[in-house]
Design a protein around this ligand. Structure first.
Ligand code: SF4
Length: 224
């Protein structure tokens, strides 16, 4: 755990700045799984509108989705974009979970379920890991573009780091703890939206002293 201390310092700075994030939004496990599909390639606001529509039509459970006509689902989830593909994904994931005995889902089967989720059409690592972490509280660290951006700028990640390498970095360096993984990722998303945007606002960033971004930029400018 070479970077444990540094990661905990970063976590503490973000937590002190932003406080608890209360992720993931969703009252039930089914809602979290459905939300993880709906938020693909869109923002949470659009996913939320689709969730509201599903709720209104009594389709906000995996059982209801499994039994519903795909056209009806697609109609409800239009606001989330890619609604035909997402409707098919929802059907597929509803079918998948229907065949599972979730009561016996333990740590031993996390890797197996991840593999099975990844084998479903349209489910990538970020969606699979979001489902495992947020719906099942399994200790998997979720990586997204925000996480990569911040850790590249802080100097931990190379430019083209893969999803798996980035995930390994966190899982090798912090104790497996779903609550910590959940909060850490949520804080990173908050930070990327508020300060570490594409063009970052570094002057008031709580991570400024730890960050290599400005130094790297200044070095580049000097070379030009
Ligand atoms: S100092 Fe700037 S680049 Fe570095 S983490 Fe903060 S906002 Fe991002």
């Amino acid at each position: 755990m070479k970077y444990l201390r540094e990661l905990i310092e970063i976590y503490d700075l973000l937590y002190d700045r932003y406080g608890p994030q209360h992720w993931w939004p969703g009252e039930t496990r089914d809602e979290i799984i459905i939300g993880a599909i709906l938020t693909q390639n869109t923002n949470w606001k659009n996913a939320e509108k689709a969730i509201e529509n599903l709720k209104h039509k009594n389709l906000l459970t995996l059982t209801a989705l499994r039994n519903a006509e795909i056209k009806k689902i697609a109609q409800c989830i239009r606001p989330s974009g890619y609604y035909n593909q997402k409707a098919a994904r929802l059907k597929e994931i509803a079918k998948y979970f229907y065949s599972k005995d979730l009561q016996s889902f333990d740590a031993h089967s996390t890797a197996k379920m991840r593999k099975e989720l990844l084998a479903l059409k349209g489910i990538g690592p970020e969606t699979a890991d979001s489902i495992l972490l947020y719906a099942f509280e399994k200790p998997v660290f979720v990586i997204d573009a925000y996480t990569k951006r911040i850790f590249q700028r802080l100097g931990f990640f190379p430019e083209n780091i893969s999803y798996d390498e980035a995930q390994k970095f966190f899982m090798k360096n912090i104790r497996e703890n779903p609550q910590l993984f959940n909060e850490f990722h949520a804080l990173l998303v908050h930070h990327a939206k508020e300060y570490c945007q594409k063009i970052p606002y570094c002057a008031k960033c709580v991570l400024l002293k730890k960050c290599k971004f400005e130094k790297k930029n200044n070095d580049l400018k000097k070379k030009q």
